[in-house]
Design a protein around this ligand. Structure first.
Ligand code: NDP
Length: 329
């Protein structure tokens, strides 16, 4: 009997997106030179966006959803990979133009895969997921811009979310003083447990603000965009730096250029989807070295595969704390 594999599939018909579980045959699990028995996936904000179709992420008529997966190679025609290798897939158009990770079996191109460094299990890789790997890319971007713990306080916005919780954990392990901005002030002790020294209410940042404000931050990791990012820019110290990866508050950036011209501040974009392979490999090596795995466990919750469609709505409403792992195998 031919084996089939359970997958969460999006089908677009007459412009509408339908999402549901299907049993796929070996010929339906994707194209490429490496086949993976998927063990874990995860739920990111972008997975929520893809399933809700609020932003048209899915660009094919039929696609396996899920922007991340980690698993074991079961067959390979790629010289970089052998049977038994543990691998991770982040981005590269998964859930957009290529099949993604919500499937028991995936066939994809080896050039999209990173071998997991020793010290990170497939479950931990998905507890990190695209959100955590983007937090690492953000911290590396700050470092390359010369930010060091002695620079001063680093602000993390969207603090209780996926990017936010991992960014706090990483920055605190690296010796930075971190202020966390959250709409969930009831999570103050949780955020301090991850390493935040101070927690502020995101309402301080989320409303329209002055063009230039009192300086508060040497650097910041922002995943909210909109007024939050505009206010952070207006509050950066002289030569301060903020990374911008996300749009949890909104796509807009209603700011002004005064802080750039008068305070020498910098706004650094962070993209995880098309990050070049050497940068990805460095980010995963750094995660293995710098991320406290006990803190990672503390910020991770488990979601059964069957519950992913329901959880997608929750992450868009800011109701998922930290990171969500999905057990596939
Ligand atoms: P999460 O939903 O896990 O976290 C987002 C957090 O933002 C929420 O937990 C909440 O934190 C805060 N937030 C939610 N709504 C608002 C609002 N209206 N105003 C201000 N803050 C809000 O998402 P992720 O961490 O997975 O992703 C965060 C963003 O980064 C998303 O927009 C995502 O698309 C983007 N992203 C981009 C990547 C890239 O390659 N550029 C890669 C990964 C993510 P709290 O409750 O603490 O306030």
């Amino acid at each position: 009997m031919n084996e089939t594999y359970k997958a969460l599939v999006a089908r677009r018909q007459d412009g509408k997106l339908a999402v549901g579980f299907e049993q796929l045959s070996a010929s339906e699990i994707g194209d490429g030179d490496v086949e993976i028995a998927v063990e874990y996936s995860t739920l990111n904000y972008k997975d929520g966006l893809a399933m809700s179709d609020a932003v048209a992420i899915v660009q094919k008529e039929k696609l396996i959803l899920g922007i991340d997966m980690a698993g074991t190679v079961v067959s390979s025609d790629n010289e970089r990979f052998n049977i038994g290798d543990k691998v991770v897939l982040n981005g590269y158009g998964g859930s957009e133009t290529h099949n993604g990770g919500y499937t028991q079996r995936l066939r994809t191109k080896g050039e999209y895969l990173v071998k997991l460094p020793a010290g990170i299990s497939t479950r931990q890789a998905m507890a990190i997921g695209t959100a955590g790997y983007t937090a690492m890319l953000s911290v590396m971007r700050l470092e390359r811009f010369g930010v060091v713990p002695e620079s001063g306080v680093v602000l993390v916005t969207g603090a209780s979310g996926g990017v936010g919780t991992v960014a706090i954990s990483l920055l605190s392990a690296l010796g930075y003083r971190v202020t966390a901005s959250t709409g969930r002030v009831e999570e103050t002790e949780f955020l301090k447990g991850l390493g935040a020294t101070e927690v502020i209410n995101r309402a301080e940042l989320s409303e329209p603000g002055e063009m230039m404000q009192s300086t508060r931050w040497a650097a910041a990791v922002d995943s909210c965009g909109s007024h939050t990012l505009a206010n952070v820019i207006a509050q950066l110290s002289y030569s301060g730096v903020v990374t911008a990866c996300g749009l949890a508050q909104g796509l807009d950036l209603p700011g002004n250029m005064m802080p750039f011209a008068l305070r020498n501040v910098s706004l650094l974009g962070v993209d995880s989807v098309h990050a070049p392979m050497p940068l990805r490999e460095e980010a995963w090596r750094r995660l293995a070295k710098d991320l406290d795995m006990a803190k990672l466990e503390a910020l991770t919750m488990d979601i059964p595969f069957d519950d992913v469609p329901a959880a997608a709505g929750k992450i868009l409403q800011g109701q998922i704390r930290g990171r969500a792992v999905v057990k596939i195998a």
